[in-house]
Design a protein around this ligand. Sequence first.
Ligand SMILES: Cc1ncc(COP(=O)(O)O)c(C=O)c1O
Length: 387
Amino acid sequence: MDLSYILNHLGEDRETYHGAVSPPIYQTSNFAFPSVAAMRHALPHEQEVPFYTRGLNPTTGMLCKKLAALEGTDDALVFGSGIAAVSAAVISQLKAGDHVVCVQKPYGWAEKLFNQLLGRFGVAVTYVPAEDTVAIEAAILPHTRMLYLESPNSLTFELVDLEAVCAIAKPRGIVTVIDNSYATPLGQQPAKLGVDIVVHSASKYFGGHSDVIAGVVCSSKAIIKLIFDHEFMNLGGIVSPHTSSLLLRSLRTLPIRYERSTQSGMLVANYLHNHPKVKQLLYPGHPSHPQYALAQKQMGDCGGLFSILLDVHDATEVERFADKLKRFLLACSWGGHESLVLPACALAGSTTRLRPDLPWNLVRLYVGLEDPQVLIDDLEQALTDVK
Ligand SMILES: Cc1ncc(COP(=O)(O)O)c(C=O)c1O
């Protein structure tokens, strides 16, 4: 199935809604049936037949079909946030006494899920460097049930060798889960490399305009059915039909937005790589990345998110640099139209987001859809008098 078909036609049964080119927002909680028999027939098929919007809403259903096709999986579910998707996917596969091997420095709330929430229910976790396949294998215990991956990492950009790690997990019956928010399916399709469950924060590139919070789980029919019957319906972290409509609209332009962000990202990254105040560039799309060859092998375009390590005296200079930027907004997240800056030193006051494992001089940048020269000029003026 080609990308244009997926984004422009798949799942859109226009004859059922008067040929409307833009799919309607089915703003309804429940669906009425013409007879008791029809209702009784529908109830056991809540995942496929609209019955109650917590189960299936047709606007969201269209979105699920497109997202599954984009990731190359059988099926998908959309959640009210990326972390709701992560939590549902992870919890669906674990029970008390299980052990998880997780890459170091995963998204902060995923780490908290393992350390705190799942810890309360008797699940143990070991963190390993994402880039070290030997260490990943060595961390596996007899009761290891899951490998939780984030590749590339969204702060320091290490990669997991996905094929190699899946080859370790599969024969042992260990389920692999990856957060693929960084690359989107345009930059990487982990299911094709053997990963069992692919999760996304749709609040990033999928949403693309910084006006949506949502999450996605893509997997086999059997796994999606399991999640639907339990975590999805029980925890109830669904997305609203209106948000699904915004996501359907955003997906139409995902390829051009992702391409533009990648191209501009590379221009800005090149500029920074050559700047004397930049000690190191951390960007899998740049030849200077230690795992560039792996990125070339398992990824396509790398998008516009990367970090730099500034060559400055102390954190106050990092702060001065970030404060001087005018075209990069100081904000978390990425994948929208607007360029962003997130210095590690901004996380220092938080108990939930504090990351002592990050270099103090790390600054994450997201390159959005603006003119890249405007962004480079902004970086130039901000770097001019840092010491
Ligand atoms: C890598 C990564 N995964 C998951 C999430 C969670 O997504 P959401 O904010 O949509 O819950 C985020 C959010 O920043 C993220 O950066």
